[in-house]
Design a protein around this ligand. Structure first.
Ligand code: C2E
Ligand code: MG
Ligand code: MG
Length: 704
């Protein structure tokens, strides 16, 4: 049976690629233009083509075999078609058997295709987009949650679960209500959280940004936007950013900007704010206030001798002590290394003085840190608002000037700002004039040396001389070394002065030695002079030039030499000892050197500072210190000389306590060379016994 023309016309009229296959031969008998276009074949080339060659997938081949065997059924599935130019096209292909009226079995099959290639492309593009979206979601540092309008979870990234600490299984299960419950339970204020969510459900267009505080201490920033699909809100995107670390860092930065790291006290900046507030209040309400600048005395020595760690502990301790004696609303700030400032509210002169006195006394209480016992004092300068100024700058400047005045007057006290008298400027000028005059004095030969006899306790014999510099200036008159030596130490000119003293004293010693008086000469050496690279060479050459036996030269060093750069000092001291020169420690007891230090150094003699001798024998503290020094020196096998002995009772006490020698007005002040010689001639001089090497000693520290 054949199909007539209407069938062909029908096929030709269909919009989808279609062809008609005759059975059982399987040859194509009609095909429309869309079919030729899809397959890329010229017109009429399809007619007579075997149907199973056009689409040759195993499914199609099996179908045609069935059809040939007389089982023509239907087939519809997605498949691919190869075109004439070798492309593959995704199609929805259906084959339908056709049984003409009156026929017992199908005589033809209609093959119809729907081109799905553009749908497939769209699918592929969508998959790609999804993959990109997922990767983007996962790569953001924020937790992302996407819900539909009813709050059902549509998507989220792993970070979302991490930020909220949602357990893995809850996430895996995609149990929406459990996830929402978890979030609600995690926030500190679940009611407010719920209310906000409800508001967001109501107002689908709402875009918000707010912070959530969690029980875990975390702070999350929640930003939400409506999710738009085809111009309509379709859900909501939430992003959660963990702000905890950033907020903590911000807070720390804020703290650091306003507080001192070591003590945690307000710093200068915060103090400036507080002073500005107080100044405003003072203007408004007429309430005065005071600013005290508290500076620790000789704090550098604590650092140098006990180390910076202990130094820091001392600062902390001092801060606590001051805080302990001030009112809660007053402000203590650390404004410099060893400088504090105290803002005392509602304080007139009397209240400021009372506070200063309390601070002086609590700071001066003994310190005991890691076995080291010592006392720290402080100097305080005070300025009052409004009398002395209104701004922090003015108040601090005035309080600091007052504090410096306390320092130069001997430290450990307090003073108010003095109304301007150009005093500071005068001080500076005087300082400069002195420095200039000193330099002139050296070139003009105006310095002289005096020699103070040193006497042996046991027999009153003269056993040495300390060379002390003297200076009479034509304009300034007699200038005591206590005035100009510190200025020379400040400017560095002490190196030149010290060198002059050394050569002069050694020359004098050599003259006396030549005339039969082997009298040891003690020369004071400043720290700066000792630290000069060629100091040891210089001593050697001075000795060589004047031919003074080295053991007749004694160098008086200060404790600060030993504690600063101890290793280098040790090497230098050994080099001096090798020259045969004697070494002593001047003003012993006023510094911070410890036994541990002393026993390392080749020191033969300690000189007890005048300040400890003064109070003898009545002052128990002085007596105790002197006894301790003597015991310690005995243990170290060192000799001891007491300085500044003015009375017989002092001498007797010292002799009884075992002191070897003394110098002081009791015997004689420092004398010019001729007067000293007269003392020499009165008695045969005698060499002191050779100095033994120092021994190991117990660890004792001196407390004053
Ligand atoms: P110093 O080395 O401790 O010298 C002892 C000081 O005590 C001397 O003061 C001396 O005159 C004084 N003195 C001695 N016996 C008595 C006494 O019984 N009572 C009293 N009140 N004082 C007594 P001077 O000569 O005024 O020297 C003061 C300081 O100046 C010295 O203290 C020393 O540190 C320094 N100095 C003096 N000459 C030199 C020098 O040539 N070089 C260096 N670097 N410093 C020197
Ligand atoms: Mg001395
Ligand atoms: Mg001395």
């Amino acid at each position: 049976m054949t199909l007539g023309d209407p069938w062909h016309s029908l096929v030709a009229a269909l919009p989808q690629p279609t062809w008609l296959v005759e059975l059982p031969g399987r040859a194509v008998v009609a095909a429309n233009a869309p079919a030729l276009a899809l397959l890329g074949l010229p017109a009429d080339t399809l007619i007579g083509h075997p149907a199973d060659h056009l689409i040759a997938t195993p499914e199609d081949l099996a179908y045609w075999d069935e059809v040939t065997a007389g089982h023509a059924g239907r087939l519809r599935s997605d498949t691919v078609v190869c075109t004439a130019d070798g492309r593959t096209v995704h199609v929805d292909r259906s084959i339908e058997p056709v049984t003409p009226p009156g026929a017992a079995a199908p005589t033809h099959c209609v093959v119809m295709l729907i081109d799905r290639s553009s749908a497939q492309q769209a699918e592929n593009a969508r998959e790609e987009l999804l993959a990109e979206l997922q990767a983007t979601l996962e790569s953001t540092a924020d937790g992302i949650l996407v819900t539909d309008l009813n709050g059902r979870v549509r998507a989220f990234n792993r970070r979302f679960a991490q930020v909220w600490g949602i357990p893995e299984d809850l996430v895996q299960e995609r149990n929406d209500s459990a996830v929402h419950e978890w979030m609600k339970k995690s926030v500190v204020d679940p009611d407010a959280y719920e209310r906000r969510l409800a508001a967001m459900h109501q107002a689908t267009l709402l875009a918000t940004s707010e912070r959530l505080q969690l029980h875990s201490g975390q702070v999350l920033e929640r930003v939400t936007r409506p999710l738009w699909v085809r111009g309509r809100p379709n859900g909501r995107v939430y992003s959660f950013r963990d702000l905890t670390e950033r907020l903590a860092a911000d807070q720390r930065i804020e703290e650091l900007a306003h507080t001192d790291v070591l003590t945690g006290l307000p710093n200068r900046r915060m103090l400036a704010d507080r002073v500005a507030q107080s100044a405003q209040r003072s203007r408004r309400e007429g309430l005065p206030f005071a600013l005290l600048v508290v500076d620790l005395d000789r704090f550098g020595q604590v650092n140098d001798s006990l180390g910076h760690e202990i130094g820091d502990r001392v600062l902390l301790e001092v801060a606590q002590r001051i805080q302990g004696c001030m009112r809660a609303n007053d402000v203590l700030a650390r404004v410099g290394g060893d400088q504090f400032a105290l803002l005392v509210h509602d304080a007139d002169g009397n209240a400021a003085e009372a506070t200063a006195r309390r601070v002086l006394s609590v700071v001066a209480l003994p310190c005991s840190i890691e076995g080291a016992q010592f006392t720290i004092t402080c100097s305080i300068g005070a300025a009052l608002c409004p009398q002395h100024g209104q701004s922090l700058d003015d108040l601090v400047r005035h309080a600091e000037a007052a504090m410096r005045a306390v320092k130069s007057a001997g430290r450990g006290h307090f003073r108010f700002h003095q109304q301007p008298s150009a005093r500071g400027a005068t001080d500076l000028k005087a300082h400069m004039r002195l420095d200039h005059a000193m330099r002139q004095a050296l070139v003009s030969g105006r310095f002289r040396l005096h020699y103070q006899p040193q006497v042996r306790m046991s027999d009153g014999r003269l056993v040495g001389a300390e060379a002390l510099i003297r200076w009479r200036d034509p304009e300034l008159g007699e200038v005591p070394p206590g005035r100009f030596i510190p200025v020379a130490e400040d400017s560095g000119f002490i190196v030149a002065i010290g060198d002059w003293v050394l050569s002069q004293a050694v020359r004098q010693g050599a003259l006396w030695h030549e005339s039969g008086h082997a009298v040891p000469i003690a020369v004071n050496v400043s720290a700066l002079q000792f630290q000069q690279t060629h100091f040891v060479d210089r001593v050697a050459s001075v000795l060589a030039v004047s031919a003074l036996p080295p053991h007749l030269l004694e160098l008086e060093l200060t404790e600060s030499i030993l504690v600063r750069d101890a290793d280098e000092a040790l090497a230098r001291l050994h080099a001096l000892a090798r020259l045969g020169v004697s070494l002593s420690i001047d003003d012993f007891g006023t510094g911070y050197s410890s036994l541990a230090y002393l026993k390392r150094f080749p020191i033969g003699k300690l000189k007890i500072d005048r300040s400890f001798v003064q109070g003898l024998p009545g002052d128990e503290s002085d007596a105790g210190i002197v006894r301790a020094i003597l015991q310690m020196a005995r243990a170290l096998d060192m000799r001891v000389i007491a300085e500044g002995v003015e009375t017989e009772v002092q001498r007797e006490f010292l002799e009884a306590a075992g002191c070897d020698e003394f110098q002081g007005f009791l015997y004689a002040p420092a004398l010019d060379a001729l007067s000293f010689e007269r003392h020499l001639h009165r008695q045969p001089s005698e060499l002191p016994p050779p100095l033994p090497a120092p021994l190991a000693a117990p660890h004792i520290r001196l407390v004053r």
